[in-house]
Write a protein that binds this ligand. Structure first.
Ligand SMILES: [Zn+2]
Length: 109
């Protein structure tokens, strides 16, 4: 995955050096920014996925505060967002297709 993202960037860098054409430097900068944005998204996705598995999907949909150990219904103590725990888990499953991951984690209580 990372190779697929970096390859166009390296290609632009090589073209910039070989052809000495300044337009490749602009393309390279745009690709670098796109790469950074993509890696950031991947990092965030993995972070959220890890958090959801760790807390069996019981994580605030607004601020990612862990809701396990709290009432099944209420407001998030961190951000005040109202939640209903079964709906929150369903929303996460729907949003990130985490069905298998949450099931793999064990207790689907
Ligand atoms: Zn919250």
């Amino acid at each position: 995955m990372g190779v697929l993202l970096i390859l166009p960037c390296v290609t632009a860098l090589v073209l910039w050096f070989v052809l000495k054409d300044p337009k490749f430097s602009r393309i390279m900068i745009l690709m670098l920014l796109a790469n950074i944005a993509t890696f950031y998204q991947l990092y965030q996705f993995k972070r959220v996925k890890r958090l959801l598995i760790e807390h069996n999907g019981k994580v605030c949909g607004n601020c990612l505060f862990p809701l396990d150990g709290l009432d099944d219904e209420g407001v998030c103590p961190e951000c005040g967002h109202p939640y209903e725990i079964n709906q929150t888990i369903e929303d996460w499953r729907h949003d990130l297709a985490l069905q298998q991951l949450l099931d793999k984690g064990g207790s689907a209580s």
